[in-house]
Structure formats: C-alpha cells, structure tokens
Design a protein around this ligand. Sequence first.
Ligand code: ISE
Length: 338
Amino acid sequence: MSNPELRVGLVGAGLMGSDHAARIHRRISGASLIAVGDPDLERAESAAAGIEGCRVETDPLKVIEASDVDAVVLATPGRTHEPLLLAAIERGIPVLCEKPLTPDSKSSLRVVEAEVAAGSRLVQVGFMRRFDPEYAELKRTLDAGELGRPLLMHCAHRNASAPPGFTSQMMIFDSVVHEFDTTRWLLGEEITAVSVRHPRSTANAPSGMIDPQLVTIETASGVLVTVEIFVNCGFGYQVRCEAVCEGGTAQVGGDSGMTTHVRGAWGGSITPDFRPRFQQAFDEELQRWADAARDGGIDGASAWDGYAAAAACEAGVAAQTSGARTTVQLVERPGLYS
Ligand code: ISE
C-alpha cells in the first residue's frame, strides 16, 4: 500500500452513515475517520463521538474539499449525491457512495462522464450484497460453470415493515435496485427489460401501497429473473436467490444459524432488518474499499454499475405505472468500465 493509513471523511450521519462511522472506527484496519459532515450538527457530533481526532462540519463539501481527507464515504440521501460526487471526482479522491448513485439515469450518466473525463474509476456504489459470503459463493459457482448455463433466477426480498413515507415506487428504486445489481453482477450481463405485476395487497401495507409486487427482469442473453418484493411481510427480514441452471440449482439466503428444539417445536431466529443480515457484507465492503482507496482506487460496483441500476429502476417504475413490459435504455459502455 502506498499510504500507511487512509484518512476518511464521512458525509451523512444518518442510519447508514453512523453505522459506517462505528465500523470504520472499530472494525476496519488501515483507515481512520477524521471528519464527519452533516447539516444536522447534533447527528454529526453523535456519529463522531468517542472517535479521537474526528472533527465535525455542517457543510458536507468542507469534508470533501479538505486537503487532509484521502477518501470519502457518502451516506446522504441519493438526491444530494451528484454535486458531492462531482466534487470528489474533481479532487481525484475515491468515494464509497451508498446506493443509489443518483436518483435517475441522466444524473448518473453525468457522474460516469465526469469519471471518464478524469480518466479513473473513483466512485464505488455501496451494493453490499456483492460482499456477502453466500452471494460471493453463488457468483463463484456460476462463474466456474459448475451448474451449466443459468436459465432462471427466483428472488425474494422481504422487509418486516416499510419505514413511514415508503411508496410503491420506492419498492422498485430503493429495494429491487439490489436485485437489479445482483442480477447484472451474478450473470455478468446487462438487463434489457423489466415488467411488474402484483397480487392483491397485504392488509399490513399503508392504504394506497401496492405490496407485494412481482418484478420480472430480462437479461441480454435471455435469462429470466423473478423478484418478489414484499416490504410489509411482518415476520422479519429475508433475502433469497435461487439460480436455476442447465445442470442444477443453487440457492442463497436460506435461513441458517442455530436451531432450537423446545416445547414440542423446532426453529431459529430471523434477522429483523438489513443491517444485521448484511453486517459481514458491510464489513468486508468497507475493508476492501479502504484497501483499494489507499492505492487511489475502488473495489466493488462502479459508477457504470450505479448508472445501469438507475436505468433499470427507471424502466421498473415505468413498467409499474403502465403495466407494460418496458425496455431498459443504456448508452454505450465507455472503455473505462470494460
Ligand atoms: C433499504 O434501503 C436497503 O437498502 C435494504 O437493503 C433493502 O432490503 C430495503 O428494502 C431498502 O429499503
């Protein structure tokens, strides 16, 4: 590594941001958190509390532009990302950007174009499932061709309950965005079309919300992927994926861990939300990002991946509204991402 210690600036001290602050401080080696920026001073102070030498700012740009900040973790809402990402690219420093890259494909493309103009990949999108041990094993198995050609994938993405203000559209661009990314990553190809159907809604959903929904994803080589997205399933957090290939199937996300046998019943527990379920993935993601950032680069989903996911989300939301199969529009992939 060229630099002994990566000096990280965190922008956004909400749920994910404060989680990452604690992670960098306690579990990541070769990196230290030196600044936290959030317009809400109290939140910034609470994320920085107990981290020696970590200062706080209310202007996020001050963190990105500080000469002692080597790399940035960006965990503000997606609609604020574009100018912050462009500022980091301008400074030539690596950024780990929580998903989404930006809220729509046009603004995501502007980030891609800025990177292309700068000539290096600096932006990594926080698609953490790529670092989950089970998903990584599925990827290795598919890549090795052990099961033959993939034909279908069946995914289920269930949240115990949706946060207040969560909408039917957000189920596509905030939740299914993960399946758009895992589909592209696992299969190594682009998504060409998206369709959305739905059964009657659960009585547990707020009025007007369509929950669950069934999303069908088509890929360039002809694989079909079904995604059940159910954000008020009530019983816990569950993310599953089964790949059906010519020579066999492989499934991840089956409940594992300790089982008990008590009072005439057997069973185990279900994680309540995505943070405990994907904790190992987040740790691995941050560690590998910090290792790559010390050399000025990234190690994970690129700005192109963020743009392609945004384009798939747009098609998904359009398909949800129209009820029609909707094709995904992508520009030609720049050489920087080949
Ligand atoms: C949330 O934003 C996430 O990223 C979680 O991983 C996902 O399961 C959830 O549905 C999203 O709202």
